[in-house]
Write a protein of this length. Structure first.
Length: 393
């Protein structure tokens, strides 16, 4: 990433190209201050944070008495989710059901990692596999639409599958392996995703009817969080966590394999982060995890900037695989990268609805019925004209 002539946060490596960024007199960005507020609220990594989480664990056990499982955990074969399952069983004494949404773009390493960890821990796996042709059609729809959220449907589908599994087994808790300390929280600007957005884009550009794709319309979302009262808990927002130490532990304990970088365990996600974003939108989301590493003291700001200046890692066969799978000629592929850019405000979404419901979502976030990151990112108005100007659209 070329940071020449960019204003960069004096504390992390976010620059003035990040949507809605603001710097104070000391040059510290507003996103660093948001992380400070989360640290204060959750007491992350402190004894107080640990004690708070252990109380949550005891409540999960109590509410799960007499049930086959007391929580569900989404697994991808990545570091965070693999470590989360281990901790749940071995350290917290929980009885999780592992849940996986297979968008049919998994790497063999990720699939192997899931098997190795779950088999050794004797944890059951609930998997929802989308139809292969359907998955391709949805991906191609987003490619044709011109928007940046190429892999966005996976996020919605995973969330829906987690809720469905929890509801089926009458489980009230979903444990998520997200760590704002290790990953940050992606700023909301030109990136967005919801069920209505997916439906609108697929209706306009898709050819294969969505039958097996687990989309989440607003009615489903409200059913899960208000009527079913399924809570989402992020343990790593409370307890100490080192991604590097977790990776080393998993390799030693389970024969788990590293896949080369954050989000690279899935080939669609890898293409999305390493090729599509940088080349088409000049976005490099490595700044999220690198900035988080700097804020947490895991990496120096200088080393993070040096790493960020290097091009993203791309598997040797990733681009040919993407073209072959979606049946794209070289000319078609190039034409999508050169086409006019579109964004979520060009399509139908729930964004305005979420903004109107902000007071409700604030209450729900306090009750852990929606993630705090959802409330912070999706429930506040955006200055679209400012975003267009900032991104030089």
């Amino acid at each position: 990433m070329d940071l020449k002539d960019k204003k960069i946060c004096s504390r992390c490596i976010y620059d003035d190209g990040v949507p809605n960024i603001v710097f104070d007199e000391q040059g510290v960005c507003n996103y660093c201050k948001t992380m400070d507020k989360l640290q204060e609220e959750y007491k992350t990594g402190t004894q107080e944070g640990i004690d708070t989480f252990l109380k949550i664990v005891e409540q999960i056990k109590k509410d799960g008495e007499g049930k086959e499982y007391d929580c569900v955990i989404g697994v991808s074969g990545g570091t965070d989710s693999s470590y989360m399952v281990h901790q749940a069983v071995k350290e917290w004494g929980l009885r999780p059901l592992a849940v996986h949404y297979d968008n049919t773009w998994n790497s063999s390493i990720a699939t192997g990692n899931i098997r190795k960890v779950l088999d050794k821990l004797n944890v059951d796996l609930y998997t929802h596999v989308v139809d292969h042709n359907e998955a391709n059609d949805i991906c191609k729809s987003f490619l044709k639409s011109g928007v940046p959220e190429l892999d966005g449907p996976t996020d919605i589908a995973l969330a829906e599958v987690l809720y469905r599994a929890a509801s089926q087994y009458k489980v009230k808790y979903i444990l998520e392996g997200h760590s704002y300390k290790a990953e940050g929280i992606s700023p909301l600007g030109i990136m967005y995703i919801d069920g209505k957005y997916i439906s609108d884009i697929h209706k306009r550009f898709g050819k294969v009817k969505m039958k097996t794709f687990p989309n989440m319309p607003l009615t489903s979302f409200l059913k899960w969080i208000i009527f079913k009262k399924i809570k989402k808990i992020r343990p790593l927002w409370y307890i100490p966590y080192s991604k590097g130490d977790a990776r080393t532990f998993l390799e030693k304990e389970y024969g788990w394999e590293y896949y080369g970088g954050h989000h690279l365990e899935n080939r669609m996600t890898a293409f999305h982060h390493s090729v599509y974003h940088p080349r088409r939108f000049k976005l490099d989301q490595r700044n999220n995890s690198l900035s988080a590493a700097v804020r947490s003291g895991v990496m120096s700001r200088e080393d993070a900037l040096a790493e960020y200046a290097k091009p993203p890692h791309i598997e040797e066969d990733l681009i040919p695989y993407f073209k072959k799978r979606l049946e794209l000629s070289d000319e078609e592929y190039d034409s999508y990268f050169a086409a006019p850019k579109k964004f979520f405000w060009d399509y139908k979404t729930y964004k305005k609805t979420f903004e109107r419901m902000r007071p409700l979502f604030y209450i729900l976030s306090k009750a852990s019925l929606v993630p705090k990151s959802f409330y912070l990112k999706y429930c506040f108005p955006l200055d679209i004209e400012k975003l267009k100007k900032q991104q030089q659209l």
